[in-house]
Design a protein around this ligand. Sequence first.
Ligand code: HEM
Length: 542
Amino acid sequence: MTMVLKLFEISDFLLLLSAIITIYVAQYYYKYFTRVNPLPGPFPFPFIGNLPQYNLWFKGDIKAFYGYNYKKYGDIYEVHLNGNRNIVLARVEYIEKLLTPSIKNSHLARYPNDEGLNELGIGGKGILFNQDHKSWKYNRQFFTQAILSPKFNNEAIYWTNRLFDELEGYWNKLYLKEEIIKENKNIDFTTWFSQYTNDMIIKLLTGERSYSMAAYFDTLSDEKSEHPRAIVDDSVRLVQALRKLLVGFILFVYVPPFLRHYIPYFKNKADDLLQSVRFINKRLDEIIKNRRKEIENTPLDKSLPNDMLTSVITANTPRDVNYTKTVGGEALNRPLTDSEIRGNILDGFLAGTDTTANTISYIVYYLAHYPDVKKKMMEEIDMIFQGDKTRPITEDDFQKLKYCEAIVKEVSRIFTVVPTILRTIKKPDEIAGYKWPVNTFFRINADAIHHNKDYWEEPDKFNPDRWLIEGSESKKLSFLMFGGGLRICPGRKLAMIELVCLTALLYRKYEIDLVDMNASLDVVSGGVTACNELLVKIKPRN
Ligand code: HEM
């Protein structure tokens, strides 16, 4: 009897469960088939949308996934991921409203919701993850003021040279001694430049030295770097926490709170990330506090360092030459709080390291495959430096390195490091010929736009010269290396300084060859397309 009851109970339970699932599935597909503006796209599954196609077929590679669907479905299609309907756009005519630089443009949000980012403590602060229009505008004003100032640019050129000297010091010991050159050792270029950009951005943003390159050198060499171990370890801890946040924040954007809070796999990851954020905040707060003290103790007539931290601390104080009385028509003439300052510094790190480091790897890859381009570049470099392989690069040199600049742009067009750009509309609007409700999530496929023959002549040809032909400016919004509109990358000048100067510093002195000319680029593409490894051999140029 109890057996029968038990069976009855189990079958009842299964019946109930299957009824719930059937209702959910029916409701899911009812919503899907009655959605506003149905567009072509891969067919979604209940609960998981297009996750199987994205994860199983394309191994979570954004570039490959959106590239494949673009070929199949065209300039406008939809995919369903992470509980959101993504409208994917690949024509400049479709994105004008989203990326118009007018202050009247209200489509400034990136993500459909910011609950998770707020929970992580990075939403509503700084600029990168800030979806609050007023607060974003306020912070962006000071970020831009700091990073685009001439003295910041000079600082960037100075540190590009200085850290390159440090890098060469390590390379000399590891790869370039007479007896080692014969061994023809492989260098993982990507890892070195990832460490380089960490050290570079931390110095420029905070004025503090960090020792990522030294730490990497220490892992490769028996002879250790000259920097005290404790200082190296301390800076590595900060960089590791920052990198964890950079890679992991997406968990707080797309994974539902229930999973983050209660399901062990997600909860452990979420807790780990929250701990990293607490650590980062504590370290940055210490740095901010110390700098405030240093500034207070510096007489008004004495100049201050040129890093971003000093600029944002002194913004809207008597030290500020650009005292800003209004921001977007509103009186916001107060200095930034510590929490706002922290948000801006954090954003500079998150947005300014991997983007730059990976681009330099792609430049090396393309130059190796296009000897004619490399030859032309060498002519420019040799003309400017006249055989001097060691003098620091100046602002004047940077301005003259036009072909190097064209190479940076062409590599970024043909192999785009940020393949898609995101916007969510916060009021209904007509976009790409359809009327969309509030909170529609758009993904602009920069990669596809960069390869569209309507905007580019022979789009698949790697041709830096296209950037130098007078009067052949690319069509508005067809080049999205740095995004566009009001949220365009504020670090673009810094990025160009780093990339152009590094290209010249590297090639004026070294011959750089790929270890395997037949290998394609080894990349994984998320928000940023990251190079896993780029093995090269270097030797001094004759
Ligand atoms: C090759 C290097 C770089 C590339 C390709 C790049 C690309 C981008 C792109 C595509 C965006 C999104 C723009 C949009 O949504 O329209 C962006 C935003 C941003 N970038 Fe960069 N970036 C680079 C370097 C840097 C550097 C060096 C910094 C600063 C230190 C920086 C700071 C930022 C910030 C703070 C944002 C957010 C802007 C906002 O939301 O208002 N980036 N970047």
